[in-house]
Design a binder for this molecule. Structure first.
Ligand code: ADP
Ligand code: ASP
Ligand code: MG
Length: 458
């Protein structure tokens, strides 16, 4: 079971976590928990790393002080005994102190940007703190919770910031370090999002990576199911923060879910589906505040699943155009270098070319973090390679469903709804589960809401 930052960030969420674990542990026997940092903590830690690189000591110290106060207040408000409380406070101070040391070393290095390797050392603190708090809460309630740092379990390559796990080595580590705990009736509370390279340096799995941690652990420990607990009712027809009429999708196939996550639904990490699909492990996405509801079940495609448009996503992209049919390879290399240099995520491009013009849109994955588009635009605009290219933010709006490759009625329903909106490029995903259109950012919302209307009318 994975509990996101939205679940562990407040006492109300944590008391839900506790009652869910009490109930489900009784039913299932063995549970592995994965927790991410409290909501907003990873963003704050990244900001601290940037301030350290700018030599702004007051700035990063202020962030650390705020984080300390926030975690202390949470610990204070939890129904914990005094021994648990003081142990947690000591852990908090030690972890933040070590992190301040890393920030201090950054100020001494005078690098132009924060090295991803250093950023990973800084951000891992958020997950370590959250895991310790949840484990203490379980212990206080007669469950044998133990906080485990995933640096001892998940072994990755050294693509800092977006690392790729080595599933073979990870499986060995899990057999050695996690399975024995389960056998002793312990509930491991594992830090999401982080891992370590073979040489032991901390790495991270890309933003939103705790979901991926859950699926890596599930696949490596032969789990029966994975449950992602979050702050919404399940996977929905559109982002419920953007649209009040979003509806829960009761069941989806692995392929559809992978596309949903890939094309921008922040709720799941895009790479988390593959390990589950390979081992046919079902995934449930449920609301931590409404455990009586069943949420969404993700599993293999069933014959009973009718071809239909099930969801719509909108994500930022970088659109580049030029008044010549020039090859896009150099541009792709440039963007690849900056945004996708880590082997774990290949640049997704949607291209269209004609005799006199070329257009290419790069989809910015959610794992790249919220600032990715901005820093990419700066890099691209500063490069001599792009001197005759025009770059701007665009929206990539994607209809998710099944069999777009065969049931052309689905494609025509989408396109009819977009009447009047200029489409810069159009692509059907090779899985047959997605149809993406690239539009000017100003049309993104309208395009998504019109496609959503098709889904609601079904
Ligand atoms: P957590 O802290 O639980 O990992 P996230 O913020 O990463 O939570 O993901 C949950 C959020 O994902 C929801 O609050 C919702 O706004 C957003 N979201 C985007 N698209 C969708 C979708 N199609 N279905 C459900 N939630 C979505
Ligand atoms: N805390 C990490 C992030 O904010 C990982 C996660 O939320 O899953 O990206
Ligand atoms: Mg998340």
């Amino acid at each position: 079971m994975k509990f996101g930052g939205t679940s562990v960030g407040m006492t109300t969420g944590l008391s839900q976590v506790l009652s869910i674990v009490l109930y489900e542990h009784e039913r299932w026997g063995n549970l592995i928990l994965v927790v991410s940092a409290l909501e907003g903590v990873t963003d704050a830690l990244i900001e601290a790393a940037h301030l350290a690189q700018l030599n702004n000591q007051r700035g990063y110290r202020r962030i650390v002080a705020t984080l300390r106060t926030r975690h202390l207040a949470l610990i204070e408000h939890l129904p914990l005994g005094s021994t648990e409380k003081s142990a947690l406070q000591a852990d908090l101070d030690r972890l933040l102190f070590d992190m301040l040391d890393v920030c201090r070393s950054v100020t001494e290095q005078h690098d132009e940007t924060v090295k991803p390797e250093i950023a990973d050392k800084i951000v891992q603190v958020g997950e370590r703190l959250a895991a310790r708090i949840v484990a203490a809460l379980l212990r206080q309630n007669n469950l044998r919770g133990v906080a485990i740092d995933a640096t001892d379990l998940i072994i990755t390559d050294n693509a800092y910031g977006n690392a790729v796990p080595d599933l073979g080595l990870t499986r060995e580590r899990i057999a050695a370090n996690l399975t024995p705990l389960l056998k002793r009736g312990i509930i491991p509370v594992v830090t999401g999002y982080i891992g370590s390279s073979i040489t032991g340096t901390p790495t991270t799995l890309g933003r939103g990576g705790s979901d991926y941690t859950a699926s890596i652990l599930a696949a490596s420990a032969d789990a029966q199911e994975v449950w992602v607990w979050t702050d919404v009712d399940g996977l929905m027809t559109t982002d419920p923060r953007e649209s009040d009429d979003a509806r829960v999708i009761p069941s989806l196939s692995y392929e559809e879910t992978a596309e949903l996550a890939y094309f921008g639904a922040r709720i799941l990490h895009p790479r988390m589906i593959a390990p589950l699909r390979e081992r046919s492990i079902p995934l449930r996405v449920r609301n931590v505040y409404k455990p009586q509801q069943s949420g969404t079940l993700v599993r293999e495609k069933a014959a009973s699943m009718q071809p239909a448009i099930r969801a719509v996503t909108a994500i930022q992209g970088l659109g580049m155009s030029t008044m010549s049919s020039s090859p896009v390879a150099k541009i792709a290399e440039l963007v690849d270098e900056r945004l996708f240099k880590v082997s774990g995520s290949q640049a997704l491009m949607i291209c269209s070319q004609s005799s006199a013009q070329s257009f290419v849109a790069f989809v910015i994955p959610t794992t790249a973090g919220p600032d990715a588009l901005h820093s990419l635009l700066i890099t691209v605009n500063e490069s001599p390679i792009t001197s005759n290219w025009n770059s701007r933010a665009v929206s990539v709006v994607t209809a998710i469903g099944s069999r777009f490759d065969e049931i052309h009625r689905l494609t025509s329903e989408v396109l009819l709804m977009l009447e009047g909106i200029p489409i810069l490029a159009l692509a059907q995903g090779p899985s047959g589960c997605s149809l993406s259109v690239v539009v000017e950012t100003q049309y993104g919302e309208t395009a998504a809401s019109r496609i959503h209307n098709v889904i609601l009318k079904r």
